[in-house]
Design a protein around this ligand. Structure first.
Ligand code: ZN
Length: 295
């Protein structure tokens, strides 16, 4: 497993940074959902952002990012937690648009420029936090920058990149996120801006073999940087046959009986990971039986 994220601070806590390589988890998402290149890049960018942002949560809390644009992709939904576990999907995985320029996939065109970016944090027993902002351009990085500025009053710079190879596989993916903390000096802000303006595309950096540490070094060049945490990242979905069974049970005796009569079996497909759970006529009859006993 080569995907991981580092979290650190620079200049005595004035700057916070996350840098991640996400090639494998983006490729796993591509395989699971059979995404075409433009959809692969769009989903990969949101997965990468989710992976980094999820690390700010605590315990079992869950972050959900929803990008609802008016483009052909439909919605993109990603969830992440503090353990580096991410999963996600796009409504229309076979979305493919002509590239804007060689190697530059038209993510903004696929997402659409009109719509909303929603962030929710399910904080265990506490009430869920939600915030949303209008999309800037559907390219994800700038949309998230706006979210942090408007909803969390935190000046940020976010770079996300997914390089799709000629065989449609994810060749390199990763990103970084830097934030200025309250009280950060003007010098820190200027230095950071100069550094970021000098950088090549983040997917190119990953493709050249740069690690999250290498990326951090370039983003924070000239600053005193300290790594606080290194977290492996992976695509994982907690769905299971048991959960699917719960969903069937939730339909109730009557609806299940008509499903059994009409279709003879049921197949539940998890939208997050594409896993299928099949229930035969016998399985369905058993669930209906259990429901009638409970009633
Ligand atoms: Zn699943």
């Amino acid at each position: 497993m080569s995907d991981y994220c580092i979290r650190g601070t620079a200049n005595d806590g004035q700057v916070r940074l996350w840098a991640a390589v996400t090639t494998e988890l983006c490729e796993e998402a591509r395989q699971r959902h059979d995404t075409y290149p433009t959809a692969t890049a769009a989903l990969g960018r949101v997965l990468t952002a989710g992976a980094m942002m999820g690390l700010n949560l605590k315990g079992q809390d869950i972050l959900t990012i929803r990008v609802n644009g008016d483009g052909p992709l439909g919605s993109i939904v990603v969830t992440a937690n503090a353990m580096g576990v991410v999963r996600g999907y796009v409504d229309n995985p076979h979305t493919q648009l002509p590239a804007k320029s060689p190697g530059k996939l038209d993510v903004g065109g696929a997402v659409g420029k009109n719509g909303l970016l929603h962030i929710s944090k399910d904080l265990g027993l506490k009430e869920a936090y939600t915030g949303s902002v209008p999309l800037v351009n559907g390219e994800i990085g700038e949309d998230l920058t706006r979210y942090f500025a408007e909803s969390e009053q935190t000046p940020s710079a976010i770079a996300l990149g997914v390089l799709v190879d000629t065989d449609n596989r994810v060749r390199a993916a990763g990103g970084f996120m830097v934030q200025l903390m309250p009280g950060a000096s003007e010098e820190s802000a200027i230095q950071l801006e100069e550094n970021i303006n000098r950088l090549p595309q983040v997917s190119r950096m990953v493709d050249e073999g740069l690690t999250p540490e290498d990326i951090a070094e370039q983003v924070l060049a000239g600053m005193d940087f300290q790594i606080l945490e290194t977290t492996p990242l992976y695509f994982h979905c907690p769905c299971s046959r048991e959960r699917s069974q719960w969903i069937l049970k939730g339909m109730g005796q009557e609806e299940l009986s008509s499903l059994l009569a009409e279709q003879g079996s049921a197949e539940l497909v998890c939208s997050f990971c594409g896993n299928k759970h099949n229930f035969t006529a016998e399985d369905l009859a058993k669930i209906i039986d259990e429901l009638s006993c409970e009633a």
